[in-house]
Design a protein around this ligand. Structure first.
Ligand SMILES: C[S@@+](CC[C@H](N)C(=O)[O-])C[C@H]1O[C@@H](n2cnc3c(N)ncnc32)[C@H](O)[C@@H]1O
Length: 259
């Protein structure tokens, strides 16, 4: 913050009420907090003048630690999982109203949950006669449905998948990255910290070299590779960082530079 010059602006986007409250402690005339989806970045940053962007994907520690937000399978809370507390769709809607097929697709696509079909079937069977009241009820149903045992809590992948679906995380990230592509200045950098292979894949896809094919001397096809961006290899947290902050263990960071 001290390094912000009189011209430089620092803008932070988040959907969360608690993030907005925390941002109130940052008192700097060039800092602005905008409570909106980062996929709408173009509504707030009109010109193509971004020098740097940091995207820290997913859910935050305070959200996970607050049972009332419904992100935790270890603490009893409502089936909520919304980043934006004004959004209509909650995890309860997904669990109560989505079809077995839709639930199993979510678990498979966003959670890479091998037992997605079994879990979806159990949820639907349970809800025919009972109400799934809270996060612990849901975690129990998932645990009972699974036969493959792993070191992680059996509901880890399913909870992650449901959260990603409730918040349309992959869709929003994809839209945001496409907009940032244009808005970065030459030599401008994007740092993206992702926690899911789909997030990293989208970043790689968005900034990969463009290949233009054109016909020169028929039948020979020529191709021209346009490197608009340089994208780094994945940077992983050090063991020291993981011991200080275990939640960093699945983080993958990439740096993208506009050429
Ligand atoms: C990993 S946390 C970042 C935490 C932050 N770096 C910090 O240290 O406090 C991700 C944050 O991104 C927010 N978020 C996720 N998707 C978003 C979106 N599409 N638009 C705006 N904010 C989003 C979440 O509400 C959450 O607070």
């Amino acid at each position: 913050m001290d390094k912000l010059s009189s011209k430089g602006q620092l803008v932070s986007f988040d959907l969360d009420d608690s993030a907005m409250e925390a941002a109130k402690n940052i008192k700097h005339e060039n800092f602005r907090f905008i409570k909106t989806n980062f996929s709408k970045i173009d509504e707030f940053i009109k010109d193509n003048s971004l020098t740097g962007v940091l995207i820290d994907c997913g859910v935050s520690s305070p959200q996970l630690d607050e049972p009332q937000r419904g992100f935790s399978f270890q603490k009893k809370g409502p089936l909520d999982m919304r980043f934006n507390q004004k959004q209509k769709l909650t995890c309860k809607d997904v669990i109560e109203k989505f079809s077995e097929k839709e639930i199993s697709t979510i678990l498979w696509k966003f959670g890479e949950e091998k037992e997605s079909r079994k879990i979806a079937k159990s949820i639907v069977k349970y809800r025919e006669k009972n109400v799934i009241n809270n996060t612990l009820d849901l975690a129990e149903i998932i645990k009972a449905a699974k036969t493959i045992k792993t070191k992680k809590h059996p509901a880890t992948k399913s909870f992650q998948a449901l959260r990603m679906a409730v918040n349309s995380e992959i869709e929003n990230l994809s839209v945001c990255l496409e907009k940032i592509k244009d808005k970065l200045i030459k030599s401008g950098k994007l740092v993206i910290i992702s926690f899911h292979s789909l997030e990293d894949r989208i970043a790689k896809q968005t900034f990969k070299p463009k290949i233009n094919f054109y016909e020169k001397d028929i039948p020979l096809k020529h191709q021209e590779v346009l490197d608009e961006f340089k994208i780094s290899k994945i940077i992983y947290p050090s063991t020291e960082e993981i011991s200080l902050n275990p939640r960093a263990r699945s983080a993958k960071m990439r740096i993208v530079e506009k050429l």
